[in-house]
Design a binder for this molecule. Structure first.
Ligand SMILES: Cc1cc2nc3c(=O)[nH]c(=O)nc-3n(C[C@H](O)[C@H](O)[C@H](O)COP(=O)(O)OP(=O)(O)OC[C@H]3O[C@@H](n4cnc5c(N)ncnc54)[C@H](O)[C@@H]3O)c2cc1C
Length: 366
């Protein structure tokens, strides 16, 4: 089959790699011009990710990560009030991305190509690209994330994502930039701080090129804050309001200053130090989304284009892997109405369960 995929992050890459391996012609269209390397942090790998990596012959990637040797809870003064000696590994998002990306040749992976619409008739499906190109395929996969253009075409009346009422502020800092007092508390640990209507957490992740040696890694801090005026929070330095997130470089100096003042007032000093060490904090608003359908004729939705779960679940990548494997199986069965229905039934149920779990985990933050 000739298969066109919108979106070249985890869901798009996973399905491209599986479908190519099965002998299909696969074309991926990714909106980002520069590629996604170096932009991820860490992920908690789950069963689906291990199975997928084994299938792709990339077992070693799931063993490359940074281990947090224990979980600690801090109080506002910075004192450790709880310890849980439960080690957990954060697999490098960038390492995983690069390893799977290497399985797809450059003719199959197109950067700087935004999909603006999709469509289908009895004979073919297609993608319309921002530069006016029209790409025909036997099957079109929407793996284009929360704002999916393919979903808009496939589910025209669908309400899409619902804002959960809070925003994750993120800092991703080379570990050498942390002051020793913060590094002593945070490095190599999964640290939490709970406050009314908010939560901060952090952990050490690999460097931007997957570096794992102490001194070469990064510290990833997340601060969930209740936020009423979402449009203002997601307005960038040039006055443009973004629907879901502000990438590094998008937060104005004034908003960064306000974040740092609030961090000093409200967070343990070690977490405030991480945000102070980040010249370009970024923000990701938290949404829930459930697609009623994941397959319609020659169109399919997978990953965050279908279901968006809150990040507390740490299941976004595992969900993308599960979707990609189920979709590849349905294609192997000829993408018949029965195969499509089985894919949809299995993955809609999985997606609903994960989104529901995320709502429960985040209920106290909204
Ligand atoms: C740069 C980046 C870094 C991330 N880092 C982490 C991390 O460290 N830890 C973690 O757990 N999760 C991370 N995530 C999120 C995680 O990968 C996803 O939540 C999950 O894997 C689902 O992936 P997805 O491919 O369905 O959606 P997404 O990861 O949201 O990917 C959607 C992709 O589609 C592209 N796209 C969007 N619209 C269009 C369009 N119209 N045309 C073409 N392309 C389009 C986007 O640029 C993006 O690459 C990251 C995501 C990205 C994009």
């Amino acid at each position: 089959m000739r298969i066109a995929i919108a979106g070249g992050s985890m869901a798009g890459l996973f399905s491209a790699a599986l479908l190519r391996r099965a002998g299909h012609e696969v074309l991926v269209f990714e909106r980002s011009r520069s590629g996604l390397e170096g932009r991820g942090a860490g992920l908690v790998a789950q069963e689906e990710v291990f199975v997928l990596l084994r299938t792709l012959g990339l077992d070693e990637v799931s063993r490359l990560g940074v281990v947090a040797r224990e979980r600690i809870a801090l109080e506002r003064s910075g004192a450790v009030i709880q310890r849980d000696p439960r080690p957990q590994m954060q697999v490098s998002w960038d390492h995983l991305y690069v390893a799977v990306r290497m399985l797809i040749d450059d003719e199959g992976y197109h950067l700087g190509q935004a999909v603006v619409a999709a469509g289908q008739d009895a004979k073919a499906a297609w993608l319309e690209l921002g530069d006016g190109k029209h790409v025909e395929a036997d099957l079109v996969i929407g793996a284009d994330g929360i704002g999916s253009a393919v979903r808009r075409t496939m589910l025209p009346g669908d309400p899409g994502p619902t804002y959960a009422g809070y925003v994750a502020w993120r800092a991703l800092v080379p570990e050498q930039l942390l002051p020793p007092s913060a590094a002593d508390i945070l490095s190599g640990r999964f640290a939490f701080f709970h406050m009314p209507g908010g939560q901060a957490l952090g952990y050490t992740v690999a460097g931007a090129q997957g570096e794992l040696e102490p001194g070469e890694r990064r510290y990833n801090a997340v601060w969930y804050r209740r936020t009423v005026d979402l449009a203002r929070t997601l307005t960038d330095t040039e006055g443009r309001t973004h629907p879901f997130s502000l990438a590094p470089g998008g937060v104005s100096a004034q908003a960064r200053d306000a974040l740092l003042v609030a961090a000093r007032q409200l967070l343990p000093a070690a977490f405030a130090d991480v945000f102070a060490a980040e010249p370009q904090p970024f923000a990701q608003a938290i949404f829930d989304m459930e697609a009623p359908r994941m397959a319609d004729g020659r169109l399919a939705l997978i990953g965050d284009a279908a279901f968006v779960a809150r990040p507390h679940t740490a299941m976004g990548v595992a969900k993308a892997a599960g979707d990609a494997m189920a979709l590849a199986l349905a294609v192997e069965r000829g993408w018949t109405p029965e195969a499509r229905a089985a894919f949809e039934a299995e993955r809609v149920q999985a997606g609903r369960a994960i989104v529901g779990y995320g709502r429960r985990l985040g209920a106290s933050l909204a």
